[in-house]
Design a protein around this ligand. Structure first.
Ligand code: NAD
Length: 488
């Protein structure tokens, strides 16, 4: 590739390929698809457009590598993951720039994702050597009950575009630690970061076939080929609830183990006794991380009527002062949305909310010119039933509604099919405890706008899915239990 290739230093041309069985290769029919820069719609690079046949090749490789990887001593698996952590950390700048280019997020935020994503490899390198069984005497005596843990076997991972690195490492880390091999299908909008990760895993010493990456525009066809093959044992999916439902149904035929990290509709509760400085700070983090394109993104601001005006004013001041621009430009706080559809959907939700009676305090429009930019927006007087309160916004828009007591706040917060992240700002300890117990969510941020942590069990309830990623729970998703009855 000539030096005019701006991506050459970030992802060499030979790695813009399928990664199957330790080899970098093209799709058999030579088909490729373009990866676009969401800041201006220009073509950044192209990658192979794999067919179901290539997906089957990837599963062949994963299945062939399964037994040897499962038999690799835990310390060796751990060392590989730790080397991968070190390499990702060493390549933070390149990975962050690549991610920013294909996804749009500001480079500084992308560096945060690199640190977060790498941490799953560090955490699970530590967990790989702590997988253990049990030994107990049967209650009636005589027999001993032994349990051993085994890897579930070859896994299939489908990841979204919003966190191109971390949504992969969060699955690959525990799978490799447990002794599973994997086939990864990254989102078609952001395949480059996953290919860069595959190259790092290769360098870290992951044996051929243990990790395979298949880039494609035929997500359904590739998934179908893998999920109807009885060698596959697990699917882990991060993405929308609609696609999650399809995959859960498909998983029934082979009775696959299933993990689902789906959509959210996070409530952000501010009580009358909250520290408003902390609440505004937390709101900026919970709303604006990733331009609002996060499953954990604060979707509905429920604020006690006594403090709603001040909170909204201060939030609008902060939101209005943010700089919108290319993720790679110095000083950019807010990058473009992922594509035209995303921009249209956010714009429509705001238009409908205004039609329902909401008032725009700041923002409320797209940025003129090329690219898919939307201004950070605060809406007040938003009716609870307005669609913007019931749907995932996935953009930089904060709708504020008020409540008058705790029961009303809890009822409104829980009045959604989703149950991923929630946020509560209060200085009352007893109320904090009540909130953790009463909110129907997998995660509660108490006086903080950030819940993600490799050492914590990330995941949701209800239509936000099931299974946990990270924490002590994360590796359980990749382990089976065999019990032996021992007569003595
Ligand atoms: P999406 O569901 O459209 O796509 C996610 C992935 O599924 C992509 O790789 C896509 O190619 C693939 N896909 C699409 N149709 C498929 C099919 N029929 N069969 C198999 N795979 C298919 O979601 P998206 O727009 O990329 O991501 C945004 C969504 O992801 C939001 O709803 C967000 O909340 C959710 N998300 C959840 C978490 C979490 O941890 N809970 C994290 C990040 C994003």
């Amino acid at each position: 590739m000539s030096t005019s290739d701006p991506l050459a230093a970030l992802l060499p041309a030979e790695h813009r390929s399928l990664y199957i069985g330790g080899e970098w290769r093209e799709a058999e029919d030579g088909r490729r698809f373009d990866v676009l820069d969401p800041a201006d719609g220009s073509v950044l690079a192209s990658v192979p457009d794999a067919s179901p046949g290539e997906a089957a090749d990837a599963l062949d490789a994963a299945a062939d590598a399964q037994a040897a990887w499962a038999a690799t001593p835990p310390r060796e698996r751990s060392d590989v993951l730790r080397r991968a952590f070190d390499l990702i950390t060493a390549h933070t700048d390149e990975l962050a720039l690549l991610m920013s280019l294909e996804m749009g997020k500001p480079v500084a935020e992308a560096k945060g994702e690199v640190a977060y994503g790498a941490d799953f490899f560090r955490w699970f390198s530590e967990e790989a050597v702590r997988i253990h069984g049990t030994w107990m005497e049967a209650p009636a005596g005589g027999t001993r009950i032994l349990t051993v843990r085994k890897p579930v076997g070859p896994c299939y991972f489908v990841t979204p575009w919003n966190f191109p690195l971390a949504m992969g490492t969060r699955k690959i880390g525990p799978a490799l630690a447990a002794g599973c091999t994997v086939v990864v299908k990254p989102a078609e909008q952001t395949p480059l970061t996953m290919l860069a990760l595959a190259a790092i895993l290769e360098e870290a010493g992951v044996p051929a076939g243990v990790v395979n990456v298949v880039t494609t525009t035929d997500a359904a066809g590739v998934s179908d080929a893998l999920m109807t093959d009885d060698r596959l044992r697990k699917i882990s999916f991060t993405g929308s609830t609609a696609v999650g439902r399809v995959l859960v149904k498909q998983s029934a035929d082979q009775l696959l183990r299933v993990s689902m990290e789906l959509g959210g509709n996070a409530p952000f509760l501010v009580f009358e006794d909250a520290d408003l400085d902390a609440a505004v700070e937390g709101a900026m983090l919970a709303k604006m991380r990733n331009m609002g394109e996060a499953c954990t993104s604060a979707n509905r601001f429920l604020v006690h009527a006594d403090v709603a005006e001040e909170f909204s004013r201060r939030l609008a001041e902060r939101m209005g002062a943010l700089t919108v621009g290319r993720g790679q430009d110095d000083g950019t706080d807010v990058g473009p949305l992922i594509d035209e559809d995303a921009l249209d959907s956010v714009g429509q939700l705001v238009t409908d909310a205004v039609h329902d009676g909401a008032r725009v305090v700041t923002g409320g429009e797209r940025v003129d010119g090329q690219g898919w930019f939307y201004r950070p927006t605060v809406l007040v007087d938003v009716p609870p039933e307005s669609e913007i309160n019931t749907q995932e916004i996935f953009g930089p828009v904060a709708p504020v509604t008020t409540f008058s007591d705790e029961d009303e706040a809890v009822a409104r917060a829980n009045a959604t099919e989703y149950g991923l992240a929630s946020y509560v700002f209060t200085r009352d300890l007893a109320r904090s405890v009540r909130m953790v117990e009463r909110l129907d969510y997998g995660m509660v941020g108490l006086n903080t706008g950030l819940v993600s942590n490799a050492a914590a069990p990330f995941g949701g309830v209800k239509a936000s899915g099931f299974g946990r990623e990270g924490g002590f729970e994360g590796i359980e998703e990749y382990l089976e239990t065999t019990y032996a009855a021992l007569k003595v």
